[in-house]
Ligand binder design. Structure first.
Ligand code: BGC
Length: 768
């Protein structure tokens, strides 16, 4: 009997291999061309093997010990692992893949994932920085380059793009997203999915993308990471969900469930979210992976024990369990107790197998492990040059009084600050594949770009924080800024001494890389006090000061804005940081970045964003003067320090002649709005021309303004260009009270300008 069973198994396995590997027949199922293959493989799998496919452990001891003897290796051999993450290098991955395809019974290849968030070894600016470029082609190319490098190094799946809208700079993960706006966020989400996945997932230089964190992760109460989220459906649909949907519409292969709850149900086990909305309404047909220990965390959310939450997660539509082990260890019991069905398990397994087919892993499990590619395609000069460009395009010039910038390539520069000569912090948060120490610090970049006629003096000036404990928390994971053992006064004196010898001071201050990012929420949005004190001392020298601000979030820099003549926001610029900053400081690149997240006056204004509602008691004056019984504060005006869309250039742009080609829009037509933009300054430059629309009367209240279009245009000095946008019914649609996506007839304002405060406007009527 045993022998008979074995023969049947053996025969079916051969049949499967025949179908899976040799038959190139076209499937009758056009939606999933791999359906036959997936079904026949499924029919061979034991329940344990099925649950194994749903299991995504971290690489654990396999990255440290010998892969063959590790625990993870044993599990792979037993068919208990569907994929691995946190492992890199083509050589290592080839070795681990070999265990799956040579030692496990069904020889199903593993999928290898990684947080390739803003580049791979060649590292681009943090996503909030990249979004400030407002350059979709450039952003798409950063994802393409990241895919090229990561896929050459064995990776086939990236946990990116992160598209969580956030209006709360206390939340450390604002650094990982594209800011506060759903329209811009959606365009960036599409661009990144295109960049990673290309037009054919089975090519060896594309990655499966993963849009995250579904959903609303960017709106935790009080900006505290992993905290509760609660919002109305109208807000959710109009202001938070669009970028996830845009990624799904762009064909993203996977979705990561968020840690937070939605309407009291953790996203990981939220059937409305993962099935009704994502699959049934949006038509998503890839697979859903939980976030790290997302299933286990449902226990702490308070919705059940491990067995219960695992069953709930599966039934809700989570297909792959990252790290919890809940699927692997409890779903069989739930199946035996009829708490879940075999078809629910099969559906989940089928989606994961389909992704592996799409990636071409069954055809060649080593597709992403070509050792020559890794040598030739990672961290190339070409990619690094591109990263330098992308970094420069992302920087935002916040202030430039008396044209302190650009700097001359002559004279003496005093470069001062704890971030002036620190390589390991330059790539910022989530830069897993970066060789931190190889990033180019500002001192080196300045020296290289300045040429022979500039003398550069350097001093650290201060530590990064007064508080040693806090300093340890904000300089983790190897991103250290070694504490200088000299006293604060000694550091300061040295800095002031060299400052006095210079023609201009460049102060490299702000956040250390780990002061933003995951689990890095903060209630103080100012530059750390020790650095502020340093800045005050430098300003006292009377020399012109340029503040190069490193940050992963909007900071409240009111005093700096008042006192420092020039401020360049560099974010965390990536592996080519120093060169890119120097390019901008010396004017080799004219800055053109614009903020995608509002900079508040103080933390009390948070959450703060441009597309707010008018309220029943808006203030009437534009000077920010307090008005009793109106919606404002006693101690600070409503307006932010720097608004969404804001950013200066070394040149000036003027806007004239705003025109509509028709005052009426009907359902099937479109109207054109145009404006003349002139470069009136002394430098060639790029301007991000922004179009906002206001729906004056709605069946639900509408924002005071919403971004509906933008174009980044180059204008030589003296040049004028006419920039035109089309407006159709689609641009006016929103989710009404019944969550129908509609355009309502009536009057609309259309604004065009250099940032979200523009008042240049005209009006049209949507007739329908
Ligand atoms: C983060 C995710 C990330 C995952 C895997 C989690 O802690 O929230 O964004 O993809 O870890 O590294």
């Amino acid at each position: 009997m045993k022998q008979f069973k074995f023969n049947v198994l053996f025969l079916s396995f051969f049949l499967f291999l025949f179908f899976a590997c040799n038959v190139k027949e076209k499937s009758v199922n056009t939606k999933n061309p791999f359906k036959h293959k997936v079904d026949s493989l499924l029919s061979l799998m034991t329940i344990e093997e099925k649950l194994g496919q749903l299991n995504l452990p971290s690489s654990g001891d396999i990255t440290t010990g010998s892969s063959k003897s590790s625990n993870v290796a044993k599990n792979i051999e037993e068919g208990k692992v569907g994929g691995l993450f946190n492992i890199k290098s083509a050589e290592k991955i080839r070795e681990v893949q070999r265990i799956a395809v040579e030692k496990s019974r069904l020889k199903i290849p593993l999928i290898f994932a990684m947080d390739v968030i803003h580049g791979y070894q060649t590292t681009f600016p943090i996503p909030l920085g990249l979004s400030s470029s407002w350059d979709l082609d450039l952003i798409e190319k950063t994802a393409r380059v990241a895919a090229q490098e990561a896929s050459a190094d064995g990776i086939s799946w990236t946990f990116s793009p992160m598209v969580d809208i956030s209006r709360d700079p206390r939340w450390g993960r604002v650094s990982e997203g594209s800011g506060e706006d759903a329209f811009l966020g959606s365009r960036i989400a599409e661009a990144m999915v295109r960049g990673y996945q290309g037009d054919d997932l089975s090519k060896n230089n594309t990655l499966l993308a993963c849009v995250k964190h579904f959903a609303l992760y960017g709106a935790p109460e009080a900006g505290r990471d992993y905290n509760t989220v609660d919002m109305s459906r109208v807000r959710m649909y109009n202001e938070y969900l669009p970028p996830y949907k845009a990624a799904v519409d762009a064909g993203v292969g996977t979705v990561m469930a968020a840690f937070n709850e939605i309407d009291g149900i953790p996203a990981t086990g939220n059937k409305w979210l993962l099935t009704e909305l994502l699959r049934e309404k949006w038509g998503f047909n890839g697979f859903v992976v939980t976030d790290y220990t997302g299933i286990e965390e449902m226990i702490y959310h308070g919705v059940g024990n491990m067995q219960e939450v695992s069953a709930q997660a599966l039934k809700a539509g989570s297909e792959m369990d990252m790290v919890s082990g809940g699927f692997l260890n409890t779903l069989k019991k739930s199946l035996d107790e009829n708490k879940i069905s075999m078809s629910e398990i099969d559906n989940a397994v089928a989606k994961i197998l389909t992704a592996k087919y799409q990636l071409g892993l069954f055809e060649d499990p080593y597709r992403y492990c070509d050792l020559d590619r890794a040598k030739n395609e990672v961290y190339t000069t070409e990619n690094r040059n591109f990263a330098r460009k992308a970094s420069a395009e992302s920087m935002v010039l916040l202030k430039n009084d008396n044209n302190v910038l650009p700097l001359k390539k002559s004279g003496t520069i005093a470069l001062i600050g704890p971030l002036a000569n620190n390589a390991v912090n330059m790539a910022g948060t989530w830069s897993v594949a970066t060789v931190q120490k190889n990033s180019i610090p500002l001192l080196e970049g300045l020296q290289k770009v300045a040429g022979k006629n500039v003398k550069i003096l350097h001093a650290k000036g201060s530590n990064v924080e007064y508080d040693l404990d806090l300093e340890k928390r904000i300089t983790m994971f190897g991103k250290t800024i070694p504490r200088d053992q000299r006293t604060d006064a000694q550091l300061l004196n040295e800095a002031v001494k060299i400052a006095n010898k210079s023609d201009v001071i460049v102060a490299a201050l702000g956040e250390s890389a780990e002061r933003s990012g995951e689990s890095s929420s903060i209630t103080n949005l100012q530059i750390p006090q020790v650095q502020k004190d340093l800045l005050t001392a430098l300003l006292k020298t009377g020399k012109p000061v340029v503040l190069v601000l490193f940050t992963g979030r909007p900071l409240a820099i009111v005093e700096e804005d008042k006192n420092v003549p020039a401020i360049l926001n560099a974010w965390f610029p990536g592996s080519e940081a120093g060169l890119a900053i120097a390019d901008v400081l010396f004017g080799d690149v004219n800055p053109s970045g614009k903020l995608t997240a509002t900079f508040p006056m103080n933390v009390g204004q948070v959450p703060i964003f441009y597309n707010h509602k008018n309220t029943g008691r808006p203030i009437g004056n534009k000077q920010g003067k307090f008005e009793k019984f109106k919606s404002n504060y006693l101690d600070v005006r409503n307006e932010p320090l720097y608004p969404f869309g804001y950013g200066l250039s070394y040149t000036n742009f003027t806007y004239n002649n705003l025109k509509l080609n028709s005052k009426d829009l009907s359902a099937n037509s479109e109207i054109k709005v145009s404006v003349e933009v002139t470069n009136t300054g002394n430098f060639d430059g790029k301007e991000v021309v922004q179009m906002y629309i206001r729906d004056i009367v709605g069946s639900v209240t509408r924002p005071v303004k919403e971004l509906k279009g933008f174009k980044k245009v180059f204008l030589a000095k003296g040049e004028t260009k006419t920039v035109t946008f089309k407006i159709s019914q689609e641009d006016l649609k929103f989710y009404n009270y019944d969550l129908e996506f509609v355009a309502e007839p009536g009057e609309f304002d259309v604004f065009i300008g250099t940032d979200s405060t523009t008042e240049l406007k005209t009006t049209f009527t949507y007739l329908n």
